[in-house]
Design a protein around this ligand. Sequence first.
Ligand code: CP
Length: 309
Amino acid sequence: MQRNLLDLRTLGKAEIELALNTAEACKQLFDRPVRKVPTLRGKVLVNLFYEPSTRTRTSFEMAGKWLSAEVVSITAAQSSVVKGESIKDTARTIQALGADYVVIRHSSPGVPYLLARTINARIINAGDGTHEHPTQGLLDMFTIKERFGRLAGLRVLIVGDILHSRVAHSNIWGLRTMGAEVAVCGPPTLLPSGLAELGVDVYTNLDEAIQGVNVINVLRIQRERQNSVYFPSLREYSRLYGITRAVLDRVGPDVLLMHPGPANLGVEITEEAAEDERSVVHGQVTNGVAVRMAVLYLLGGGEHDALVD
Ligand code: CP
């Protein structure tokens, strides 16, 4: 495993396989009466979040605690950032306090790379602007593999705001590396150029896009990142691209429905679809803890076989 986890673009197949297999071992701990293992005892994990988060921050906290690390969470609004401290200064301060791992979420693409060049702690990208969200990509792949037993040869459709989605980018890199077919669907204004060069099939019509898919991964409409109007109205977006139970029924009983969350229920996905038996949106959140445990463990130099006795 690399020293830091900054993206899935530069991760090879063997590294992704190692992370997914290790996450499987971590998930075995969930059934034990005591989930804690001493693996990261004495290590310090700092969650440094400049953007809101429920799932990622909480699951990194739980992952660190279950591996016996000391876990500290800092949000920008309650830190010296509001007094004008730079990101580099904050990072150096955290290092001086003894951080071994820094999990960073920031609205600017590239900030995790800046931290990796600035301090010695292991850096994990928890989402950098519209660029990547590698642990979300890993947990999505873990969830798909858990259901189908493989990734290679499956057809995964990602629906929605691909342009602004770090989740889409990490999924595309990871799934393509693992041999899955990837298709995307959304309004033309929310589809970046260059997707075909990555081997991604591009659709603007949902009925055409859902043909033959094994997985539908629905993305949130990211209104906070949209500086201009990308489609006429949310109502029209829902009508053309919203995932409903009727859409799932058109695909069939075996399709896996995913959403990284947080969801705009009633916009990109109906509550009925999100709670349908084909949906694994809650399972994705649970799997996030296992995957983040695996990442922390592997970045610390752990070997897969030694994690669970
Ligand atoms: N999927 C995801 O990153 O969710 P949060 O913003 O709640 O962390």
